[in-house]
Design a protein around this ligand. Structure first.
Ligand SMILES: *[C@@H]1O[C@H](CO)[C@@H](O)[C@H](O)[C@H]1NC(C)=O
Length: 345
């Protein structure tokens, strides 16, 4: 698998602008029906689905949700739902009763699900929701295009993706929202070479997840006076959950913490990761949390860059030893060898 490149800020801005611009929409309209399928050959061959449902303006399925709806309840064999290039302006939900769906886009710069929704509830606001187990997503941007919420109004949640099933993997995807971008609720998850943008608590929940080679971009919104955290992992007792970031890059505009202790056993590890100066020298915070930090495991291992200086770190945060890090920076942390069609090693 290709390693992610460090993109320069202007390039990112341009890429983001193109996706949502009239040009992006025009591209979507003129996409040729023939030769317009990028199929992620490795994943596609490993998954070996018998059925492919194609979504596009001139195809059987005009919306992503109508294709998901066509998958039978209690599905037991992999079905590909292929999204041609373009922007799909809809809210998408894969219900618990429909496992074994492979949602395949043409690439995160070409296929996008955009939905604008702000709510007082994370789940209600989500543009893309997975409740089923065994779902794979490739080459797709998922965007909640709601404007940033203000602190004193209830509709502050603007989730891009809510991931609640077990054994869910995203490859080469992108997640955009002003904040609360990725609600990684529960279950074993794998995110490879994904781009995640947000501001406050933007990767949060009780998932047991590996983020392999992620690009994390911190972008301010109108609430930047609250110094946000990238992560808020809510492990409540000694279970297998936790967020593990490996060989990624964290950068952006404005200053944030790597994570926040928000439950007694919150667990987040950044390993072999480049941290730009967008990381507050304290590294971690317990903002809004009044409990003990004795059992939280918020730590770093072998990170580099100006944001990795450990001299002013919160005293309860951790710099892991190689031995401590080994059990996290390993695909076995999510039992990946048992269920992932492909993984980076
Ligand atoms: C630390 O990270 C660098 C890359 O930043 C890598 O080359 C090196 O192998 C890592 N060291 C350990 C002990 O894992």
């Amino acid at each position: 698998m290709a390693r992610p490149r460090l993109l320069l800020l202007p390039l990112l801005a341009v890429a983001a602008a193109v996706l949502s611009s009239p040009l992006g929409r025009a591209l979507a309209k003129t996409a040729k029906k023939s030769n317009d399928i990028v199929n992620g050959p490795l994943l596609t061959s490993k998954i070996n689905a018998k059925r492919t449902l194609i979504v596009g303006p001139e195809d059987e399925f005009k919306t992503v949700q109508s294709a998901i709806d066509a998958v039978p309840v209690g599905n037991t064999e992999w079905v590909i739902v292929h999204l041609r290039s373009g922007i799909y302006r809809e809210k998408v939900m894969i219900p618990e009763t429909k496992p074994f769906i492979f949602v395949r886009g043409n690439g995160k710069g070409r296929t996008s699900i955009n939905h604008e929704s702000a709510s007082s509830h994370n789940a209600e606001s989500a543009a893309f929701t997975v409740h089923a187990d065994n779902v794979i997503v490739f080459g797709l941007s998922i965007r909640n295009s709601a404007r940033a919420g203000l602190p004193n109004v209830p509709e502050v949640r603007t989730v891009a993706a809510m991931v609640g099933g077990d054994k869910i993997a995203f490859y080469h995807c992108a997640f955009y929202s002003p904040h609360h971008t990725l609600f990684d609720v529960a279950g074993r998850h794998y995110y490879e070479s994904c781009y995640i943008q947000g501001n406050i608590d933007f990767i949060f929940g009780g998932g047991q997840s590996i983020f392999q080679c992620p690009e994390i971009f911190v972008k301010p919104d109108r609430r930047t006076e609250i110094k946000g955290s990238i992560t808020a992992q809510n492990r409540k007792q000694e279970d297998g959950s936790g967020f593990v970031f490996i060989k990624g890059k964290v950068y952006g505009v404005g200053q944030v913490y790597l994570g926040r202790a928000n439950e007694a056993y919150s667990r987040v590890i950044f390993a072999d990761t480049y941290l730009s100066k967008t990381i507050n020298p304290a590294g971690w915070t317990s903002y809004g949390y009044t409990g003990s930090t004795d059992h939280v495991m918020l730590g770093e291992f072998n990170c580099t860059g100006p944001g990795s200086e450990a001299t002013k770190r919160e005293p309860w945060s951790r710099q892991l030893t190689q031995e401590e890090a080994d059990k996290f920076i390993n695909i076995d942390f999510i039992n990946g060898k048992e269920w992932l069609p492909a993984y980076y090693y």
